[in-house]
Write a protein that binds this ligand. Structure first.
Ligand code: HEM
Ligand code: NAG
Ligand code: NAG
Ligand code: NAG
Ligand code: NAG
Ligand code: NAG
Length: 323
């Protein structure tokens, strides 16, 4: 009798854990019958792309984030602008987004193997997971399927919905909360900045804080001097700096180590230390296993934002064009 109660309790907890992750709309077995080779195809192409060019990991991860934060995870970010419509991808915060060609290649292969079955939004979620996972040789979190592709993509919404690199803690927390993400998700997902780069213009203000050539007091002084050598006052607009110094190709917890030394590159990174609870979480995430477990969970929550199902969306044939 006691054992039965335990079984029921455990099943209930597992059920709650799963359903709280997907809002009940996405499924871990969504394509099991309709496209069983999906996982293998996405992983194969993503891994070979990242193996050939490790910077794709950051690009594909960021692609999924930008997609989900604007209009929900519906691949609206992949739509190309047309004569009458400036799409999300051409909005200012999107300028340095990349990885579209990887998604195109995966989609083309899937249209050969299971035509009209797999949404671009699900491909983006899978590719982000696989891009990060390549270095570990196994999938680091689960991706559920069932997202439909959206039919709208507007530059104005990208500018409104994506937090800026200079955002303070209050506005970051508000923007995340509006999407169902709490402060732990905010700290965990900011850890994505353990890979990739940022352009000088994004953090230039921290090196000339009040317009008198002074640096942002929340920035480590030696690090600020280093940044000034990388980003002179009129930098080449293409110049970039590693978000996680000396470790921008390795998905690890070094971001949190640097953050606590006031070497978070973006104002939004540094802002995490201005809140007591967030700073405490960031400290815990210096442990890679603690960070990674939560990062996967938060990615699943992020992958659940604004899901479109049924007639709210479509399965695009070409990820760049609405059917
Ligand atoms: C907390 C709010 C966030 C802000 C304000 C923010 C802002 C930025 C900015 C300004 C850049 C540099 C872009 C450039 O100069 O090219 C960047 C890069 C990046 N962001 Fe974020 N981000 C945030 C959250 C996230 C999240 C949630 C993810 C993914 C889960 C993410 C993943 C990345 C990656 C991987 C890069 C490097 C891209 C590359 O190297 O191509 N960011 N972010
Ligand atoms: C993986 O991709 C490569 C080339 O991109 C191809 O040669 C190989 O057959 C693929 N393997 C599987 C198992 O799909
Ligand atoms: C944070 O930024 C928002 C938006 O820019 C601003 O309205 C607010 O006053 C700022 N809060 C603090 C505490 O600086
Ligand atoms: C700092 O900003 C001010 C005002 O925008 C500008 O006049 C000055 O040249 C800048 N200084 C440096 C070192 O970039
Ligand atoms: C990164 O490497 C440079 C050169 O080796 C070194 O001076 C710097 O301290 C390193 N930064 C960190 C955070 O380890
Ligand atoms: C994919 C991409 O980079 N799209 C656009 C982002 O913004 C720049 C500059 O505004 C455009 O040149 C890109 O085509």
């Amino acid at each position: 009798m006691r054992a039965n109660v335990n079984v029921v309790l455990v099943s209930l907890l597992v059920f709650l854990a799963i359903s709280s992750c997907n809002g009940g709309q996405l499924s871990p077995v969504f394509y099991r019958k309709s496209c069983p080779q999906l996982g293998r195809i996405v992983r194969n192409i993503t891994w070979s792309k990242v193996a050939a060019n490790p910077t794709f990991a950051a690009k594909l991860l960021r692609l999924h984030y930008h997609d989900c934060f604007v209009q929900g995870c519906d691949a609206s970010l992949l739509i190309d602008s047309t004569d009458g419509n400036t799409a999300e991808k051409d909005a200012r915060p999107n300028r340095s987004i990349g990885g579209y060609e990887v998604i195109d290649e995966i989609k083309a292969k899937l249209e050969e193997e299971c035509p009209d079955i797999v949404s671009c939004a699900d491909i983006v979620a899978l590719a982000a997971r696989d891009a990060v996972s390549y270095q570990f040789g196994r999938s680091m979190w689960q991706v559920f399927g069932g997202r439909k592709d959206g039919r709208v993509s507007l530059a104005t919404e990208a500018a409104r919905d994506l937090p800026s690199g200079g955002a303070n803690y209050t506005s970051l927390q508000d923007q995340f909360a509006g999407l169902g993400l709490n402060y732990i998700d905010l700290v965990a997902l900011s850890g994505a900045h353990t890979i990739g780069v940022a352009h000088c213009v994004v953090f230039a203000r921290r090196l000339n804080f009040t317009g008198k050539g002074d640096i942002d007091p929340s920035l480590d002084t030696a690090y600020a001097e280093f940044l000034k050598t990388q980003c002179p006052s009129r930098p080449n607009p293409d110049t970039t700096v590693e978000l996680d110094e000396n470790s921008s190709l390795s998905f690890d917890s070094n971001y949190y180590v640097g953050l606590r030394q006031n070497k978070g590159l973006l104002g939004s990174d540094a802002a995490l230390l201005t809140d007591r609870r967030a700073a405490w979480v960031a400290r815990r995430f210096q442990n890679f296993h603690v960070f990674m477990a939560r990062f996967g969970k938060s990615m699943m929550k992020m992958g659940d934002i604004g899901i479109k199902t049924g007639d709210d969306g479509e399965i695009r044939k070409n990820c760049r064009v609405i059917n």
